[in-house]
Ligand binder design. Structure first.
Ligand SMILES: NC(=O)c1ccc[n+]([C@@H]2O[C@H](COP(=O)([O-])OP(=O)(O)OC[C@H]3O[C@@H](n4cnc5c(N)ncnc54)[C@H](O)[C@@H]3O)[C@@H](O)[C@H]2O)c1
Length: 693
């Protein structure tokens, strides 16, 4: 065996040169891998005793992508295009034998080989779009040539991988082998014996034919992904590259189009935000000050109190990953109703083909209903999800403390109540923690893990691990009103609700935030949640817009009317002149002179309070790091990931500019609400941003 570089070696098996990549953990295409592949293939190609070349990877996967650490660094080692050219233009067959995941630059490298085989469990994808990029090493040009235009568009704009069986059907691989290396060797020997041609994907144009001169195919595809791709630059750039593959005179012209668009994306703000966010999400699971080898509490069974909107969804998370759940309600009817909703939710996945009825029965079989709360006593973790009232929560935690086994974790799903106060009724506050799921709990990825004053490190670390297990993205918050997400949402809401008496109407505010990239603005969101949440008819005196709307029966989408009118069939919303009249009346009563607002001002009035509140959250120690706040907002509140999150966004504008604008608003409104957080002042004085913390 010859070591070519520290990451690539070569040995001969008969007349086959076997080139092995070994760059743990995922065999990323680092400089050492690129140079090694280039030199090994060049050497083998020049060696007359070698008849064919087999590329294989050690460890758990084939090359799973670029080395993301090299982004933005000065280039080192052999450039990837040179590696690809050496492989594709070799004078003898080069075959990749694939296991694990061939992703990104990995799949692009497999695509320059003359043939590909894979084990049954292998997966293939071009996920660059998820980092705001496109496959920039020929992927946009070669993939449509091998799997066809439609499938290539789907794979590259979704970034989702496909399995080996499907890859074989589409022509992406040539054979499924039982054994990675032996299977690969057998295949290579076979094609040499059969004298099969050296297939260059770049020369294969048959699968482009269906799309040539058929612009409808692209128009239809753009329409199909319009909703999901709204605001993102990369999917459109990918489509344009595939159009170039189809319509250019040569493969090289298509490569040029790909190169140009890749450079635009890689130097642009969206990809910078998405790459930042990629690391932010991984970072959020790490807790400073807790030993990563801390012994976790085994959680083999979970108890849930309350089978309402949240309790049912939370139960599903655990049953889905095979953890048995006992769920309780005081009353059999409500229990049956709650479980009925859970079953319906699962059955919906059967209709969409994601589950079988058998799966549903298995999962439902893991959920045990009971009206006796003491049946939860042996659970390793209980999660309380009853009404948001302190007295009821305290009553439940007092009970739990009296019968739960020692060592059980006691969690509350409260959205806003003081967790420390809840914990104080128990004799084991160190076992109490907040697990703030978002609605619908079986769908939303975010989990705010609320660390009380007394919460034990072991309990916190266990809950972070559980979050991963149930496929949530967790971020830790301290105990403060609204925790991270709702606290910042509240700050935004204060200004949104003030602004509508000064100039813009609710639909103007909503439009600006929608265009910024949110799925909806604050007023549409209130309509969706229901305007009467927390509203009490008996106490309503018509003093606020909300009071008046609720009194008028305009309680949001569920009544067909709120700030907007909703079409009963399509749910499309339209502004209501009566609401406009009402808002104008309130403006007058408050002595406000209405004026024009630019879209920029509307945006700043909504977003800058969030940034300021975020800074306060950090300086109070309620969040470990600014990026955790971004994780909360991207996952829980639909902040567009291509803007990184509110704290990243602040840095991208420049914290000095944000601070200056906050002061202008402060002077204009004569309101200390706008006083910049001391942390912002400090960072600005030091010429720093949140990223430097
Ligand atoms: N709905 C949301 O969007 C959302 C989001 C995050 C957190 N939360 C929080 O989750 C909790 C539950 O909210 P929800 O929306 O599911 O409310 P819900 O009204 O839909 O459900 C609460 C359930 O608790 C049951 N319950 C009441 N007292 C009980 C007791 N003593 N023992 C067992 N069950 C009891 C009720 O019968 C009801 O079914 C609240 O603390 C809320 O703030 C709600």
């Amino acid at each position: 065996m010859t070591q070519i570089t520290d990451m690539v070696s070569m040995e001969t098996e008969g007349d086959v040169a076997v080139v092995t990549v070994d760059n743990p953990p995922v065999n990323a295409l680092s400089a050492g891998v690129r140079t090694g592949l280039y030199e090994a293939v060049t050497k083998a190609d020049a060696d007359d005793s070698v008849k064919s070349i087999l590329i294989v990877c050690s460890g758990r996967t084939y090359i799973a992508g670029a080395d993301i650490k090299e982004f933005g660094q000065a280039p080192q080692g052999t450039p990837l295009p040179d590696v690809h050219s050496a492989i594709e233009n070799a004078s003898k067959p080069v075959v990749s034998t694939i296991h694990g995941t061939a992703l990104g630059g990995g799949l692009e490298t497999a695509l320059v080989c003359h043939y590909r085989v894979a084990v049954d469990s292998a997966k293939f994808g071009l996920p660059e779009v998820k980092l705001g990029l496109l496959p920039g090493a020929g992927g946009t040009q070669r993939l449509p040539r091998i799997v066809g235009v439609q499938k290539a568009l789907e794979m590259m704009t979704s970034g989702d991988p496909i399995g080996a069986k499907f890859a074989l059907e589409c022509g992406l691989i040539d054979e499924i082998v039982d054994d990675l290396k032996e299977g690969g060797l057998a295949f290579v020997k076979k094609i040499v014996e059969e004298g099969r041609p050296l297939v260059k994907v770049s020369d294969s144009n048959d699968k482009l034919a269906e799309a040539k001169g058929n612009p409808d195919l692209f128009a239809g595809f753009r329409k199909a992904i319009a909703r999901k791709a709204r605001g993102f630059e990369a999917p459109e750039a990918i489509i344009q590259c595939v159009e170039a593959a189809v319509n250019s005179d040569s493969f090289e012209d298509g490569m040029k189009a790909e190169r140009e668009r890749f450079m635009t994306l890689v130097t642009g703000a969206q990809s910078a935000a998405q790459r930042y966010y990629f690391f932010a999400e991984r970072q959020a699971n790490k807790i400073p000050g807790i030993d990563k080898d801390i012994e976790l509490i085994p959680v083999k069974s979970v108890g849930i109190i309350g089978a309402g909107t949240m309790g049912g969804g939370i139960a599903m998370n655990f049953a889905t990953v095979g953890i048995p759940v006992t769920i309780t309600e005081p009353d059999q009817d409500r229990l049956d109703k709650g479980l009925g909703v859970v079953r319906k939710n699962y059955e919906r996945s059967v209709k969409s083909g994601r589950l079988t009825m058998d799966d549903v029965d298995k999962r439902m079989g893991l959920i045990t209903p009971t009206t006796n709360i003491e049946d939860l006593k042996d659970c390793d973790l209980v999660i309380e999800a009853v009404f948001e009232l302190m007295d009821i929560k305290k009553d439940i935690f007092t009970k739990l403390d009296s019968f739960m086994k020692d060592g059980a974790i006691l969690a509350s799903n409260t959205s806003a109540l003081n967790l420390d106060e809840i914990a104080s009724v128990t004799k084991r506050p160190e076992m109490v923690i907040g697990l703030h799921f978002f609605s619908p709990a079986n769908v939303m990825r975010l989990l705010e893990v609320v660390r009380g004053d007394m919460t034990a490190d072991r309990v916190l670390a266990t809950c972070m691990a559980i979050a991963k297990k149930i496929r949530k993205v967790a971020a830790v918050s301290g105990v403060c009103p609204g925790f991270i997400g709702n606290r910042m949402l509240y700050a935004r809401g204060v200004q949104a609700n003030k602004m509508i008496f000064e100039g813009p109407m609710p639909w103007d505010v909503d439009r600006v935030l929608f265009d910024f990239g949110f799925p909806m603005g604050p007023f549409a969101m209130s309509d969706l949640a229901g305007l009467d949440i927390g509203w009490d008819e008996s106490k309503s005196k018509g003093e606020t817009i909300r009071d008046r709307l609720c009194e008028m029966g305009r309680r949001g989408q569920k009544t067909g009317q709120g700030y907007y009118n909703y079409d009963p069939k399509t749910r499309a919303k339209t502004p209501e002149p009566e609401v406009e009249k009402l808002i104008n009346e309130f403006s007058e009563k408050k002595g406000k002179t209405r004026r024009e607002f630019s879209d920029d001002e509307i945006l700043e009035r909504c977003i800058y309070p969030m940034i300021n509140e975020g800074a306060k959250i950090i300086e109070e120690g309620m969040s470990f790091r600014p990026s955790d706040i971004d994780v909360v907002w991207v996952n829980g509140y639909g902040w567009p990931v291509y803007r990184g999150g509110p704290m990243h966004y602040a840095d991208s504008i420049g914290l000095d500019k944000v601070a200056a604008r906050l002061k202008e608003f402060q002077a204009q409104d004569n309101d200390d609400f706008w006083q910049p957080a001391p942390l912002i002042e400090k960072l600005v004085a030091e010429g720093k941003g949140f990223k430097d913390m």
